[in-house]
Design a protein around this ligand. Structure first.
Ligand code: NAI
Length: 335
């Protein structure tokens, strides 16, 4: 049987981006998945070369391939431009940000029973960039929430729960204060939940959620929320499983998706060959699942877990001495 060849845009980013990208590309190749990587730039290196942090060629490549893997990029300081990540999410209408948080083998954290998924609305809320200066001392910042935006993210969360055999979807708002905007998010949730009688539901205010997450995170399953709460809560949840360095994420739209590590370009360790590729690798695992290479996704995840469990070839951020290359080679050996 002939294998599928996938065309995927690859943004190898800045700082440690190229190092961890090389590692991930090698591991996927060793697993036997056939991918035509279309290398494109975004961020500081793109700015140096094209005077643009998000060149047209990069956008065209993603438009064509409908799928991208993106390493972290450096935000050039002192240049007035919008966040590349926010621009990409809005340009391709990647309305669902999926951030699973589950304990990893051998990474010690205060809890060992975390297994939850944050589904963050990715295009609205204060990220719509609607801020105006009324006068020197007054700013109006608009929190944009639309019914269509609420319905599609809530629907996405229930569909995600169904496909992934999850038992409960919780909705996170501040509807006691934001009665209209968060109130609409909550009402959409209540309406859509009726279509999914086999999935339990829960309603929780975001402040209470934060307190409960650091006391008993095991009580939560899938959680859906507006953009700003999702931004903050998903980093909190990354902290529950070992930090941003190991967290995975996917930005998903109707017919396009971008997978990325959640940490930054780590300029302090760039070029030293010691970066941990786990965050980008785990995001690539989500990408392989998305393109139906589920068997390879499982093999890579198991190989990664084995290396973490063995504990001998860990990178410095995880308390070891291994280089990126040694860590990568160990994963490839375990495949
Ligand atoms: P950062 O996440 O790059 O680094 C924070 C600390 O974590 C540093 O000590 C770094 O060495 C360490 N670290 C991060 N990833 C690591 C990895 N994979 N392996 C080992 N250690 C790792 O955050 P920082 O320093 O605030 O930002 C640096 C640059 O990255 C900035 O220009 C920022 O705007 C950008 N950034 C980009 C993101 C993206 O493209 N998605 C996300 C966050 C920040």
């Amino acid at each position: 049987m002939s294998k599928d060849i996938h065309n995927i845009t690859l943004i190898d980013g800045d700082g440690i981006g190229p190092e961890i990208t090389k590692s991930v590309v090698e591991i996927i190749k060793a697993c036997g998945v056939e991918i035509n990587w279309d290398y494109q730039l975004a961020g500081a290196r793109a700015y140096e070369k094209y005077n643009s942090v998000l060149p047209d060629d990069t956008l065209k490549s993603i438009e064509k391939n409908k799928i991208a893997l993106k390493a972290p990029i450096t935000t050039p300081i002192g240049i007035g431009f919008k966040s590349v990540n926010v621009q990409l999410r809005r340009h391709f209408d990647l309305y669902a940000n999926v951030r699973p948080s589950k304990n990893l083998p051998a990474i010690k954290t205060p809890f060992n029973d975390v297994d939850l998924v944050i589904i963050r609305e990715n295009t609205e809320d204060i990220y719509a960039g609607l801020e105006t200066k009324v006068d020197e001392n007054t700013i109006h910042g608009i929190k944009l929430i639309t019914r269509q935006g609420c319905e599609r993210i809530v629907e996405f969360a229930f569909q995600y729960a169904l496909k992934n055999n999850r038992k409960e979807v919780g909705v996170v708002t501040k509807a006691n204060i934001s009665k209209l905007a968060d109130g609409m998010f909550l009402n959409c949730f209540r309406e859509i939940a009726q279509k999914y009688p086999n999935i339990n539901t829960r309603e929780i205010l975001v402040d209470n959620l934060c307190m409960q997450l650091v006391q008993k995170p095991s009580q939560f399953d899938v959680l859906v929320m507006p953009n700003l709460y999702g931004d903050i809560v998903s980093d909190l949840c990354a902290g529950l499983i070992g930090g941003l360095g190991v967290a995975q994420s996917a930005n998903i739209g109707q017919d396009c998706a971008i997978f990325e590590a959640v940490h930054g370009s780590a300029p302090d360790i760039a070029g030293q060959g010691i970066a941990n590729p786990t965050g980008l690798l785990r995001s690539a695992v989500l990408m392989l699942e998305y393109i139906n290479e589920t068997n390879s996704a499982k093999r890579i995840e198991q190989a990664l877990f084995e290396v973490l469990k063995n504990g001998v070839h860990l990178t410095r951020d995880l308390g070891g001495n291994a280089t990126t290359k040694e860590f990568t080679n160990e994963i490839i050996k375990c495949l």
